[in-house]
Design a protein around this ligand. Structure first.
Ligand SMILES: Cc1ncc(COP(=O)(O)OP(=O)(O)O)c(N)n1
Ligand SMILES: Cc1nc(C(=O)O)sc1CCOP(=O)(O)O
Ligand SMILES: [Mg+2]
Length: 565
């Protein structure tokens, strides 16, 4: 018996409002496209069709996008761009390859289409075992492949379908001919949660209408929406005579209908951004669609997903505008900008600890110098690493000072660490932090700062040193070696205490506390190989000329290494 149910179904799994009642009936063949698709999704959930393993609280759910697209040997677009964009957005990406292209920054030299039954086999492998949250499509080079995909999605419904209707490469090469337009219009688009055509693709989907203005783009978005997708993003990057890049988003929810229900709803959105002048734009369409898919997989609503994706693509374009890969006229982008800024940094070298200058806001105030001037002078004097230890400065001022000091430190190749304040280290992109036993635990700091930043931990005992090693620190600071006026109520561990910590530490050590010209040699002559230097506050900064004092201390330290040899 055909069971009929009347159910309130959200217009999209990602679009929150409004709720529209839909008559669901498995037997009713007349239920059209998207509703049928929604029904299948719900039914599959009821029938437990998804092969999701039984809930195991110890396992972490990973947002997952399956991309069904072509491979780009140049790595800038297609499957390769999709994987990188998803990775950059923290989302797992599986792949079904529909074609293998030979291309580079000059153009497309060849295309080899994957046989339809093998596309079907890839789809089955992924969908039956590791159901993705979202499917994103790119190059679908034949009607057979479009049909195979639609069939698979009916058998294994997913939460959302993002369609990038790839037709022509940016170099002008046809990647999917006009023959696939019918299957796009009749089968794929009606299943889509969003379709993201550029001007040429939007025009092709609408039978070749010219699109030259933003008004044309709005009409096109509406007309494409009538084909069946829930949302349409018409990308205006190629719009002639426009300084800004404008994309038009249409969610098709009738504002008149909603207004009659008392809901204020804007069905068109324009995304405007200033055009980034760069030849490195290959793969922007794939990247945008994959990022929308990634954000949807994380649980975003459609409009937020599109906004985030636009922002991400802009950031990648801007970051990549001057990179040089290949000799052709359209280069790729570099999606992994976040990783890049860390990878490019010189790795931590324990020898950096040799003359460690630690600033003090009270001393700078006393001598009437800014933090930046203090840091400049210490670097000129030969400091090998700097720590900003600014206990009394307002957060905003601390951040500004950190950014200014960072510029100077980078020029001289001197690492800059921030005392205690992980937020300031992150916001300024400083090289790392120094934290104490009562600050944030080092393993938490490591999780926040990532694998490449430098983390130093204050340690007075072998147990502290052992924990710092386990927590992923890069070095330890050990003291107070001598009594100090700089840090209140600080326990003095003496040279013996320092030696005990050094001997037990797997990490390099810098000595701190009451160290200056008169006793630095005694510290360095302890003769423990992992004692790499001295950290000094007042002997450098509670003096009239920071540069001269730093220079003199450097000489003393150099002497001590000669004597030790
Ligand atoms: C190199 C170095 N070693 C030790 C310390 C002291 O850090 P902490 O124990 O967190 O004390 P404060 O500096 O925050 O007062 C340090 N700053 N640098
Ligand atoms: C910041 C700090 N930490 C210490 C520790 O023992 O961990 S001693 C100290 C103060 C070091 O200043 P000065 O060089 O002026 O003695
Ligand atoms: Mg501290």
């Amino acid at each position: 018996m055909a069971h009929l149910c009347f159910q309130v179904l959200s217009t999209s799994f990602f679009t929150p409002k409004p709720q529209i009642p839909v008559l669901l009936s498995p037997g009713a063949a007349c239920i059209k496209s998207i509703h049928q698709y929604r029904y299948l999704y719900l039914k599959a959930m009821q029938d437990d069709k998804f092969s999701t393993p039984p809930c195991d609280e110890s396992k972490v759910r990973v947002p997952h996008v399956l991309t069904v697209a072509g491979s780009d040997s140049g790595g800038g677009a297609g499957i390769q761009a999709d994987i990188k964009a998803c990775a950059a957005r923290g989302v797992y990406c599986s792949t079904v390859i529909t074609a293998v292209t030979a291309q580079n920054t000059v153009g497309v030299q060849g295309v080899n289409i994957v046989p339809e039954d093998f596309v079907a086999e890839q789809l089955r492998s992924v969908l039956s075992d590791m159901p993705p949250n979202v499917v994103k499509t790119g190059m679908l080079p034949s009607t057979g492949i479009v049909k195979t995909l639609c069939q698979s999605l009916k058998e294994f419904p997913v939460q959302a379908l993002v369609v990038d209707p790839v037709m022509v490469s940016t170099s002008g090469h046809t990647l999917a001919g006009p023959s696939i337009l019918d299957s796009f219009r009749e089968e794929l688009l009606p299943m889509a949660d969003i379709v993201t055509p550029n001007l040429k693709e939007a025009s092709a989907l609408l039978g070749g209408v010219p699109l030259e203005t933003i008004a044309d783009m709005r009409s096109a978005a509406k007309a494409i929406h009538d084909i069946g997708p829930r949302n349409v993003l018409v990308k205006g990057g190629d719009l002639p005579a426009s300084l800004d890049a404008v994309d038009v988003f249409y969610d098709g929810i009738s504002s008149n209908f909603l207004r009659s229900l008392g809901i204020n709803w804007n069905d068109f959105y324009e995304f405007r951004s200033s055009r980034i002048m760069t030849p490195n734009t290959h793969g922007t369409g794939c990247t945008l669609a994959s990022t929308v898919a990634a954000e949807l997989a994380k649980g975003s609503q459609m409009l937020s997903a599109v906004k985030v994706a636009k922002r991400y693509v802009e950031a990648v374009l801007s970051y990549s505008k001057n990179i040089a890969i290949g000799g052709g006229c359209q280069g790729p982008m570099d999606h992994l900008l976040k990783l890049k800024s860390n990878v490019e940094r010189r790795p931590f070298d324990p020898c950096d600890l040799f003359l460690y200058a630690v600033t003090d806001s009270r001393m700078n105030k006393k001598w009437g110098r800014s933090i930046v001037d203090a840091v400049k002078a210490a670097i000129e004097g030969g400091a090998s690493i700097i720590q900003l230890r600014e206990k009394e400065v307002e957060t905003g001022d601390f951040l500004e000072a950190a950014k200014a000091c960072l510029k100077i430190c980078r020029v001289h190749g001197v690492p800059l660490l921030i005392n205690d304040r992980i937020d300031v280290a992150l916001a300024s992109d400083a090289d790392g932090v120094h934290i104490g036993q009562s600050d944030m635990p080092a393993h938490v700091a490591r999780a926040l700062l990532g694998p490449d930043k430098i983390i130093g931990v204050s340690c007075k005992t072998p147990e502290h040193a052992q924990q710092a090693w386990i927590d992923g620190a890069d070095y330890i600071g050990s003291g107070g070696v001598y009594p100090t006026n700089t840090k209140e109520n600080n326990k003095t561990i003496g040279l013996d205490g320092l030696k005990t910590v050094c001997v037990s530490s797997k990490l390099p050590v810098v000595a701190i506390g009451g160290i200056g010209m008169s006793n630095a040699q005694a510290v360095m002559r302890l003769g423990v190989p992992n004692l790499k230097g001295v950290a000094v506050v007042s002997a450098l900064f509670d003096r009239e000329c920071v540069m001269t004092e730093t220079r003199k201390l450097l000489e003393v330290l150099k002497e001590s290494t000669k004597i030790a040899k």
